[in-house]
Write a protein that binds this ligand. Structure first.
Ligand code: SF4
Ligand code: SF4
Length: 221
């Protein structure tokens, strides 16, 4: 589970220093590390965003997640992934595998003589990576991402939602998500048994072609 609220994040200036000053002021003891790690991490599930750690850090390594400077953005995932690992929670699709899946989807599209976009999201529907072939329409990126988001959210292939799409609650959901929910072919969940760790979406061809490219991308996982 991921926190819905902003939390603090420890970033690069802590690496190698690890002086533990912040541990002394955290009221909920949510800053941890191990001997193998070169920095401390904030548990996003427990942090109450009280700011105390950021005020005492001698190297200004700690930021609210929405204020982390661009060059340190990767540390948001680094903090979260440390706790995922230590708690034994499933990890989302790694970026290298996401890129491999995108390449496989593109290769299938070439075989079919079409141009598509392929998007890979994590289990919460957040975008990990996307790839648009040269001739694919720009809007295909958004559609592929929405299909992947839909599959991750419902944890089923998007084709399984077609029968529900006419129901009023489903229509309300489409409106409330501003069209992100799409019950059309081309979205498949990524399973790392027994967990759903993300989803892949494809757009650019017919529904059957998108589905075929999606299957090829999933097979590369
Ligand atoms: S913001 Fe507060 S609760 Fe969160 S890690 Fe820092 S001291 Fe702990
Ligand atoms: S106070 Fe700053 S440098 Fe020290 S352990 Fe905490 S984050 Fe790292």
């Amino acid at each position: 589970m991921t926190s819905q609220f902003s939390t603090y994040v420890i970033t690069e200036p802590c690496v190698g220093l690890k002086d533990a000053t912040c541990l002394e002021v955290c009221p909920v003891d949510c800053i941890l590390s191990t001997d193998q790690e070169d920095q401390y991490f904030v548990d996003p599930e427990i942090c109450i965003a009280c700011e105390q750690c950021a005020l005492v850090c001698p190297v200004e390594a700690i930021f609210l997640d929405v204020e982390v400077p661009g060059q340190f953005r990767g540390y948001i995932d680094r903090n979260r992934d440390f706790y995922r690992k230590t708690k034994g929670e499933p990890m989302p699709v790694p970026i290298d595998k996401a890129l491999t899946m995108i390449q496989a989807g593109h290769a299938k599209a070439l075989e079919l003589d079409i141009a598509v976009s392929v998007a890979v999201v994590d289990e919460g529907g957040r975008l990990i990576a996307f790839g648009r072939m040269d001739r694919a329409r720009p809007m295909s990126v958004d559609i592929a991402t929405n299909k992947a988001y839909t599959s991750a959210t419902f944890q089923v292939p998007t084709t399984e939602l077609t029968a529900r799409s006419g129901q009023s609650w489903f229509q309300s959901l489409i409106v409330s998500t501003q069209g992100k929910i799409m019950a059309v072919a081309g979205g498949l969940p990524v399973l790392d048994a027994p967990n759903i760790v993300g989803a892949v979406g494809v757009s650019g061809g017919t529904e059957d072609q998108d589905q075929e490219c999606c299957r090829a991308a999933l097979a590369a996982y």
